[in-house]
Design a protein around this ligand. Structure first.
Ligand code: HEM
Length: 355
């Protein structure tokens, strides 16, 4: 009868993922023309080169010296105000397209996450309860691990999107030329050896939930996007894409898939995968129409299978099955027109257009 339980677990996960994607598409992406999160962002384009001296196992897709066009998008989650206490992100696709690409990744600041499975993510979504820039009070009280992850991920005082460290957090498959099953994690850091900006220590629990702009805030609502635009126009921005790789084993601990637990860097060091240079910024329309997806990956680097809503790999399962939300947003933008750029002067501390 064990197999019966396993089938039910998988069915529940399938249902969770479909239902969530449907609800986001119908109540958010389509009517409001919005992303589920990360609406406040700026895109760019440039070129990426896979390292000439790979230390990671050989892989057909990551051929040494290979060159790819890249499109990226930096964003702040989830508020439409750069001066708020937000998580910052970079998403990258190996193409100069809005959607189509052989390889996409999405990364946030902070080495660990705020949730760890489909079940935990649903609680996170349910207990947001945002009001004028204060949110997750209840979630943070119930889930201290999530609160710790949030404290490590927010960058209120970031001075640039460039000088931050971004982590994909969840592990992916890495099946190289030798056909040995491995797992990979990715991160992006600046090419230059610059100190990460905006790191904060000892944030109180209340300050974490209160993400509002500080009293007497001088920085504008779009300051990070303007800084990035100026930087790219002046001299561009170069980054390092790095990878951690570990070999799969029959008796592996499920905790290795937990995105709340970083892999030990002494045992699984970050290795150079590629460098890339961004030399062009995208306008608001093109940035908004950019879509990144875990479905844009070769099979040998794709999402790991998940067994239930409590499986750590169910997070990526949810993301892979949220395509409907992405499509609904783009369709709605095409039918009803572009959402307006974020105004410089208006009420602050909001996460939706027209609030
Ligand atoms: C550690 C886990 C996660 C990370 C690092 C992550 C990262 C990101 C990033 C960086 C973006 C912005 C992409 C852009 O700039 O366009 C994004 C958007 C989005 N994410 Fe996540 N995410 C995670 C978990 C999830 C989960 C569990 C779901 C559940 C379905 C999800 C669904 C979405 C959706 C629907 C969007 C908006 C896509 C669009 O409309 O274009 N994400 N995520």
């Amino acid at each position: 009868m064990l197999w019966f339980g396993a089938v039910i677990d998988k069915l529940v996960l399938w249902w969770y993922a479909r239902l969530f994607s449907f609800l986001i598409a119908v109540f958010l992406s389509f009517p409001k023309r919005q992303r589920m999160s990360h609406n406040n962002g700026i895109g760019g384009e440039g070129w990426l080169k896979i390292t000439e001296e790979p230390e990671f196992p050989e892989h057909d897709f990551f051929e040494k010296g290979a060159v790819f066009p890249v499109r990226i998008r930096h964003a702040s989650a989830t508020f439409l105000d750069d001066a708020m206490n937000c998580i910052r992100s970079i998403s990258i696709k190996f193409a100069h397209n809005r959607y189509k690409s052989p390889f996409d990744l999405e990364m946030n600041t902070g080495e660990t996450s705020l949730f760890w499975s489909a079940a935990s993510f649903m609680q996170f979504a349910k207990k947001r309860n945002e009001k004028w820039g204060v949110e997750y009070v209840e979630y943070n009280r119930h889930y201290p691990e999530g609160l710790e992850g949030a404290k490590k991920a927010v960058r209120r005082h970031a001075t640039s999107f460039y000088n931050l460290h971004y982590y994909a957090k969840t592990p992916f498959l890495f099946m190289g030329k030798d056909k040995i099953k491995r797992y990979a994690k990715y991160r992006i850091i600046p090419l230059e050896d610059v100190k990460e900006s905006g790191l904060e220590y000892n944030i109180s629990d209340w300050d974490m939930s209160n993400q509002r702009v500080l009293p007497h805030e001088k920085r504008g609502r779009n300051f990070l996007k303007y800084e990035y635009e100026d930087r790219i126009k002046r001299h561009g921005a170069s980054y390092r894409l790095q990878i951690q790789v570990r070999t799969a084993s029959d008796d592996e601990d499920p905790e290795i898939f937990n995105n709340m637990v970083p892999w030990n860097e002494q045992i699984y060091p970050w290795m150079e995968l590629a460098t890339f240079h961004i030399d062009k910024v995208l306008d608001w329309k093109e940035s908004t129409l950019s879509v990144f997806s875990l479905n844009n990956m070769p099979k040998s680097l794709g999402v790991l299978p998940a067994k239930s809503i409590f499986d750590y790999n169910s997070l990526n399962y949810m993301r892979k099955h949220s395509e409907l939300a992405r499509k609904a947003r783009i369709l709605s933008l095409k039918i009803f027109g572009m959402v307006p750029p974020i105004p410089d002067n208006d009420n602050r501390n909001y996460s939706e257009w027209g609030a």
